[in-house]
Design a protein around this ligand. Structure first.
Ligand code: HMG
Ligand code: MG
Length: 302
């Protein structure tokens, strides 16, 4: 059966914006986060504390946090941030972050491109980050990229993915997000990975899914994951997004498309689709191009 409720992990302000060429003003980002919260999203990934030269768009993380606070109380909203190493953790903790995410790769090629490390070197880099974050009482998400296909290596063997999942959980991650970074997965592959993780006694309650929509499979893949008991789904408002270090990565599953499907299935998300669509239309105006989300287009051209 399907779950009664799904928690949407909104990544528009981070995954959605990290790939934008033109610098989005910090104030626009802060307003975006507030609009997303007003639309009912309760987990909104805010930014990344990575090297500013690697992701210039998010170099304003230090300015963004206080600005978000100035615009109003978001104490009921979780605002996780990406942190690759101890330097990033120090920056995040100094601003009062209480939820962080490390981000690993199932493939060597992407570990090198994204983190300048081998897979095992990056796991070693995350270990003290996760340990220290937990000491501070922070919630830790572990992203795992290239769970299905890799732009340089092709299809990624399931056991290779399971190994890194296990390592992230063993080091103390509270939850994992299984990333289809370049959007090549199909539902049978999703099902095979979730079955393998279940066979390895990885609790489904600790799993989220993170689909990019390159081949239009993100919703089908999400449905397959829900049928396996997954209840945490990553999505980005308006379908913004991509990864500058992964060739052929496009936007994430659009939050509106997800909410449309879930609503039709009678699954509660707490999201107001009208407010969310208006937010994506507003953001599209800021970015100067229309949202790629089919649902946003359908609902905004009535
Ligand atoms: P590196 O060059 O190996 O860094 O990069 P390093 O450890 O050798 O340090 C070099 C210099 O960078 C040092 O300064 C550090 O202090 C500084 P120096 O001593 O030379 O003056 N530095 C930092 N400064 C600020 N903040 C920091 C930081 N760390 C080091 N956190 C590094 C390694 C991990 C830093 C780099 O590769 C990096 O920042 N990568 C980030 C890549 C990224 O953000 N990718 C996008 C997010 S992942 C994604 O989108 C996928 C996802 O959506 C899931 C999916 O779709 O699959 C999550
Ligand atoms: Mg992503």
């Amino acid at each position: 059966g399907l779950p009664a409720r799904v928690r949407i992990h909104e990544v528009g302000a981070r995954d959605g914006l990290q790939n934008e060429k033109a610098t989005v003003p910090t104030r626009t980002k802060a307003e975006f986060i507030h609009r997303l919260a007003a639309a009912g999203l309760t987990t909104i990934e805010a930014t990344s504390f990575v090297h500013p030269k690697w992701v210039p768009q998010l170099a304003d993380a230090e300015q963004l946090f206080p600005l978000v606070r100035d615009l109003g109380d978001l104490s009921g909203t979780a605002l996780p941030v990406l942190v690759p190493n101890e330097k990033g953790l120090d920056r995040a903790l100094a601003l009062g972050a209480t939820r962080i995410a490390v981000f690993a790769s199932a493939t060597e090629s992407f570990a090198k491109a994204n983190l300048n490390r081998t897979v095992d070197e990056s796991l070693a880099m995350f270990e003290p980050v996760v340990a220290r974050a937990r000491t501070h009482g922070a919630h830790v998400r572990g992203y795992l990229s290239m769970c299905f296909g890799d732009p340089w290596e092709g299809p990624v063997p399931v056991p290779q993915v399971v190994r890194v999942c296990r390592a992230l959980l063993d080091m103390g991650c509270d939850e994992l997000s299984l990333g289809d970074t370049i959007g090549v997965a199909t539902p049978g592959h999703v099902s095979a990975l979730l079955t393998a993780l279940n066979d390895q006694h990885v609790p489904t309650s600790a799993l989220g899914v993170h689909f990019h929509d390159t081949y239009g499979q993100a919703l089908s893949n999400t449905l397959a994951a829900l049928q396996h008991g997954v209840t945490t789904v990553d999505a980005s408002a308006g379908g913004l997004g991509g990864c500058p270090f992964a060739k052929s990565a496009t936007g994430n599953l659009a939050t509106e498309d997800l909410v449309w499907m879930l609503t039709g299935l009678g699954i509660d998300t707490g999201v107001d689709l009208g407010l969310l669509t208006a937010t994506s239309v507003w953001m599209a105006e800021q970015l100067g191009r229309p949202s790629p989300s089919r649902t946003v287009r359908a609902l905004s051209h009535k």
